[in-house]
Design a protein around this ligand. Sequence first.
Ligand SMILES: [Zn+2]
Length: 307
Amino acid sequence: MDSASAFAMFALGLAFGSFLNVCIYRLPRDLSVVRPGSACPSCKQPIRFYDNVPVLSWLLLRGRCRNCTARISARYLVVELLCAALFLACYAHFGLTLATLKYSAFGFLLLGLIFTDAETKLLPDQMTLPGLVLGLLFSVVVPVNDLASQLLPGLVSLPVGAEVSWRVLSVIDALLGCAVGASFIYGAGAIYLRARGVEGMGFGDVKLMAMVGAFLGLKLTVFTLFAASITGSLFGLSTVLVVWIKRTRRRRLRHHESAPEARRRAWESAAIALRRHQMPFGVFLGSMAIAAFFFGNQFLRWYWRLL
Ligand SMILES: [Zn+2]
């Protein structure tokens, strides 16, 4: 990895991150991401090119609009930096290969979906569906190398040359990941709806996992699903605990309730808050999918050895 190309990847990541911020704001609102140019969400004043430089402009203006001084979310800065770090990490991990292009594109879409889901609880089709197609297309040029590629050649021999057959197997692997990812979330959502009477996962999550499966294949898709369930549950649990502790303290101070009484009542209200609160599960699926293509295989190898 030479420093000139590393710097170029980082700069490219900043530019793509800047565009991604536009997508995160506009796609859930059904606005065009091309026209008009960026404007302040508060005073609608168009943003000048010199105030639109990734990271630097936000820092120089201290996160405020030059015209009306309304606050500009730190998300703009965070997404630009994360996208740059992601592009750089892909280059460092996969080198100057088509895999770097594939995972930069995949990570770019995932970052967009993570932040859109966190802010609006929506996973726009304009990101997941082109992502699904892109994942399938990439499987033709970058081997997914999952179960079909590893097991099928021992069972059947395809009537095509080696140069063609690995591509066919790779596409099968992508389709397999896609089918398993989507149907697992669909099934989990149906069970959740039956059990609790509220929608826990929507079709957005199903399409997200179809896209993830197409990029990652079966094994890493399963890794993503389990890692997201664990991190999501831990997050939900710690949120309830924090709410419980805060409300207990407030009840004791304001209502002068005894400690056991305050704890019991605070627990009841924290449980209700959890039930009403809809967790943006796409945030966990998306971030674990990013973890999967960097560390998933290493983790699975380590896990097999434990068994
Ligand atoms: Zn403004």
